[in-house]
Design a protein around this ligand. Structure first.
Ligand code: COA
Length: 205
């Protein structure tokens, strides 16, 4: 039987996820997007909006391609209410230790490395060429941007976004709902939600 997948969110991020789906053997790749002015995403068709999920639920896998952590959570909850379990998608070039645990809806992009005993929650994004070292715990809806390095035994709270090229040293904890700016260096626990930038980081919001 053909492998079929519905990708929710027809953005540039969606195009990257579509290619990972293709490399994972999906032969039918369809998009849903609430912007009804769009017709296609890359070379794949947009066949409806998020209201149309039911008609695909019996014979398609599902994944959400939306970078915004809160919107991804909202749509993920909507899928759960419809008893739709998302798939996880892993680029074939990613290196994933066999003891790592990765929950549904998470996407791991090209050249990412996920090391021993890492736990990654649902609907996370482990973006291009990032690395998550041994025994880290990433809660649900975390986004680790391209080129981020997270050292061993770090905990990242729900919906936190680590900006492109940031570095997080080992044995610390970042709470939920934080934004870590591009290129920043986290060297201490972050206990209060907000936006942090710089090397070492300072709180700006
Ligand atoms: C952190 C970030 C979200 C802040 O955006 P913002 O809320 O619009 O904040 P501002 O641009 O008003 O900047 C606030 C202050 O932080 C500084 N700042 C912002 N981002 C910074 C960064 N990455 N590193 C160092 N300083 C930074 C600004 O210079 C400014 O400093 P000032 O008050 O002394 O002038 C944004 O700059 C950023 O880094 N985004 C990351 C995007 C990313 O990773 N994309 C990848 C997509 S996959």
């Amino acid at each position: 039987m053909n492998k079929k997948i519905v990708i929710i969110g027809a953005s540039g991020h969606g195009k990257v996820i579509a290619d990972i789906a293709r490399l994972n053997g999906y032969e039918e790749i369809l998009f849903l997007d609430d912007d009804t002015s769009k017709r296609s995403c890359g070379r794949y068709p947009i066949v409806g909006t998020s209201k149309d999920i039911r008609q695909y639920k019996d014979d398609h896998d599902f994944i959400i391609a939306i970078g915004n952590n809160r919107i991804r959570e909202k749509i993920s909850d909507m899928l759960e209410r419809e008893n739709i379990k998302q798939t996880a998608l892993i680029h074939p070039s990613a290196v994933i230790d066999e003891t790592a645990m990765i929950k549904e809806g998470t996407v791991i992009m090209a050249n990412a490395v996920v090391n021993a005993e890492v736990q990654i929650g649902r609907s996370c994004i482990i973006n291009t060429a990032s690395s998550i070292d041994h025994e880290c715990v990433l809660e649900d809806y975390v986004h680790v941007s391209p080129g981020v390095h997270v050292a061993g035994t770090v905990t990242i709270g729900k919906s936190t976004w680590i900006g492109i090229g940031a570095t997080v040293i080992n044995n610390l904890s970042i709470c939920a709902n934080c934004m870590i700016g591009a290129g920043s260096t986290v060297i201490k626990d972050i206990k209060e939600e907000g936006t942090y930038v710089g090397s070492p980081i300072r709180k700006v919001r």
